[in-house]
Design a protein around this ligand. Structure first.
Ligand code: HEM
Length: 505
């Protein structure tokens, strides 16, 4: 009897330990980790990442394989470099890897993760995506904006004609056009000024510079993200630049929002929401929204549209034109297709594309070799997960190297060559089901703006080739300038001569 009294506390302790071990998930004592280079103390493998990270990672994958584990500081980063492994992350285990790491860029330049691109997976992101898909990217909305896109395109082409014979910086002109189109579609107005006289509005050059800075800062390796105790050093001054950028963007967004609110007050009962800003502001008053839309959330969502709709399409057009001009025989074939299908008496319109397979093949080939976001936007593991027999732990950042996959010799014949013909006569998907070609990503975080992006890219590339003789003034640079999106290091300077009847311009 006495012995059992003595044993009682012991029984309680054993029972409590058994319960705790059930509640706290067991750490796998011998996880099977993907191969990878040995990390250094403190920096991990950051010493192996050069100024063009996707190329450094590509080289490393040649040694360590299609799935590899690196350490950035003390944090695990897994890199997928083959279509099969990308499919595991973005399809088989999409829900586990659909979040984003909380990096400084999302905090300082995207309203504390209030845009869609950096928002962690959860109710806010789901709500934002639903709003985008119904208010901006639904086929009905996109169709309703078609006349805006057509008008902006005509203005762009006429403007280029006015510059004929002069050296034109291609990037500058394309971004001006995409910026103007997206502003009119989303904000209902241009909201930037091209003259020095209008002091109240942001200048075009300044806005273009702000967008370039956003894409650059959203792709940089910020030391504080990976070695948090060194964040106070702000190596490279990136956080300082992010704060300055935030102020510029915030001034712009406040101007746009206040202008919309003023119209509402002025029009009182006659007010009808005209654009995405009006509709977002009305939604913010809806008490039934799952997650409240604050003014900062609205700014974050507008910023996505401005960034997503401008640089992405412009850069994709830029790479396509660089490749076309590097390959005169491809330019010739493209012109022949346009002459045969469109003729010399009209411009190319959005609905012509099913009849223009060669132009489409050029754009796909360009996206294969120059994916806009070569590492996508980083994904993040919300749970422990087994991928391709390896243990990937919760909290791992996942980089999908689409740049590597576009050069995968198993998926592509002569991968280093620019051969649009490889797509002719084949149905090749580039919207997320063919994992060797992922210009828009795949799965839950796939680009929501792909439809709009493709409409702008296709019509711009086709009409530049159709309506102008393009002569290069200088070299065609194929080197990359790294950021969240990767563009040619040197922008092309071209001299353009109109080739269609003058009444079309
Ligand atoms: C040719 C044009 C475009 C390309 C190549 C492109 C490419 C991409 C890529 C690669 C991603 C990352 C996917 C991932 O992380 O898995 C992305 C995300 C995104 N894109 Fe695009 N994009 C384009 C046009 C647009 C346009 C026109 C908009 C908006 C107006 C837009 C808005 C977004 C947004 C908001 C996200 C974040 C989605 C999320 O995290 O849930 N994009 N895009």
């Amino acid at each position: 009897m006495e012995i059992s009294w003595l044993l009682l506390p012991l029984v309680y302790i054993i029972a409590a330990l058994a319960l705790i071990s059930k509640i706290i998930p067991k750490q796998n004592p011998n996880p099977k980790l993907p191969p990878g280079p040995k990390p250094w103390p403190i920096i991990g493998n950051l010493n192996l990442i050069g100024s063009i990270p996707h190329q450094s990672l590509h080289m490393l994958s040649q040694k360590y394989g299609e799935i590899m584990l690196l350490k950035f500081g003390k944090f695990p980063v897994v890199v997928a470099s083959s279509p099969e492994i990308a499919k595991q992350f973005l399809k088989a285990h999409d829900t586990v890897f659909a979040s984003r790491p909380a990096l400084a860029a999302g905090k300082y330049t995207s309203y504390n993760y209030s845009d869609m691109a950096w928002a962690p997976y959860g109710p806010y992101w789901r709500q934002a995506r639903k709003i985008y898909l119904s208010e901006v990217f639904s086929p009905k909305r996109l169709e309703s904006f078609e006349s805006i896109r057509m008008k902006e395109r005509r203005n762009f082409l006429s403007h280029l004609r006015s510059l004929s014979g002069k050296p034109v910086v291609l990037r500058k002109e394309i971004t001006r056009y995409t910026l103007s189109s997206i502003s009119k579609m989303v904000f209902g107005n241009k909201y930037f000024s091209e003259s020095e006289n209008n002091k109240s509005m942001v200048k075009l050059d300044e806005l273009q510079g702000t967008l370039d800075e956003w894409f650059f800062l959203n792709g940089v390796f910020c030391i504080g993200d990976w070695i948090p105790w060194l964040s106070f050093l702000d190596v490279g001054g990136y956080i300082k630049r992010m704060n300055a950028l935030y102020k510029k963007f915030d001034r712009f967004h406040n101007y746009v929002i206040d202008d919309h609110l003023a119209r509402r007050v002025k029009e009182k009962d006659n007010f009808i929401p005209k654009d995405a800003v009006d509709r977002l502001l009305l939604m913010a008053e809806d008490p039934h929204l799952e997650v409240k839309l604050t003014r900062d959330c609205i700014k974050g969502l507008l910023q996505d549209l401005l960034n997503g709709g401008t640089d992405t399409s412009a850069t994709t057009v830029e790479w396509s034109i660089h490749e076309i001009l590097k390959h005169p025989q491809i330019l010739q074939k493209a012109k022949e297709e346009l002459d045969r299908v469109i003729g010399r008496n009209r411009w190319v319109e959005e609905n012509d594309f099913p009849q223009l397979p060669y132009i489409d093949a050029i754009i796909m080939e360009s996206m294969r070799l120059h994916p806009l976001a070569p590492l996508l936007i980083p994904h993040y593991a919300m749970e422990d997960c087994k991928v391709a027999s390896y243990d990937i732990s919760k909290g791992t950042t996942i980089l999908i190297n689409t740049w590597s996959m576009g050069r995968d010799p198993i998926s592509w014949d002569k991968p280093e060559e620019f051969l649009p013909e490889r797509f002719i006569g084949k149905e090749t998907d580039m919207l997320g089901s063919n994992f060797a070609l992922l210009p828009f990503g795949s799965g839950r975080r796939r680009c929501p703006g792909y439809n709009l992006g493709l409409k702008i890219v296709r019509t711009t590339v086709a009409n530049l080739v159709h309506g102008f003789e393009l002569k290069v003034d200088g070299d065609i640079c194929m080197e990359e300038l790294y950021g969240l999106t990767v563009r040619p290091k040197e922008s092309l300077v071209i001299i353009m001569e109109p080739t269609l009847p003058s009444h079309l311009y």
